[in-house]
Design a protein around this ligand. Structure first.
Ligand SMILES: [Mg+2]
Length: 161
């Protein structure tokens, strides 16, 4: 059985991701996590390099969606800047919102979708459960939602393997 907590790929940060390689693997849609993946935790404005990354992805032909467990107004604000739609209060790793993003926002089969996020127990687990390609990035900041801290400890153990 596939290791549900293991990402297919890891990168230091989202802007390091090789969009050409992902495309060659058949990936056509990207689901992006918000906090600590495209913005520092709790912020709504992505840095210029992230905006450029999203532009490059769009130019290449990728479809994009934002998905976050954070409040919908934050997802909306960030999505407006990047020009992509998203879903808040997603309750990752539960499959409902991820499935909705894949089917309704990206309109692609699961095998053509990659999820990019900084947390094993939400982004990677959720993506693996639905058969997405999973990409783990290092969190932008050490700051986190308090409930995330225990998971971070477990993640450190998993990342060492
Ligand atoms: Mg995150």
């Amino acid at each position: 059985m596939r290791n549900l907590l293991g990402p297919d790929e890891r990168y230091g940060k989202i802007t390091d991701i090789n969009l050409g390689e992902l495309w060659e693997k058949g990936i056509r849609g990207l689901i992006l996590d918000l906090d600590n993946t495209i913005v520092p935790w709790g912020e709504d404005t992505p840095k210029e390099e992230v905006i450029e990354f999203v532009e490059r992805a769009k130019e290449k032909g990728y479809k994009l969606a934002l998905i976050s467990n954070a409040q919908p107004h934050r997802v909306e604000k960030c999505g407006k800047i990047l020009g992509i739609s998203g879903i808040g209060y997603a309750k990752k790793p539960l499959p409902f919102s991820l499935k909705k993003a894949q089917k309704n926002l990206l309109r692609l089969p699961p095998s053509q979708v990659a999820i990019i996020g900084d947390q094993i127990f939400t982004d990677i687990l959720g993506g693996n459960l639905l058969g997405f390609y999973t990409v783990l990035v290092e969190p932008i900041t050490k700051r986190d939602f308090i409930g995330t801290k225990l998971f971070r400890l477990l993640e450190q153990v998993l990342r060492l393997r």
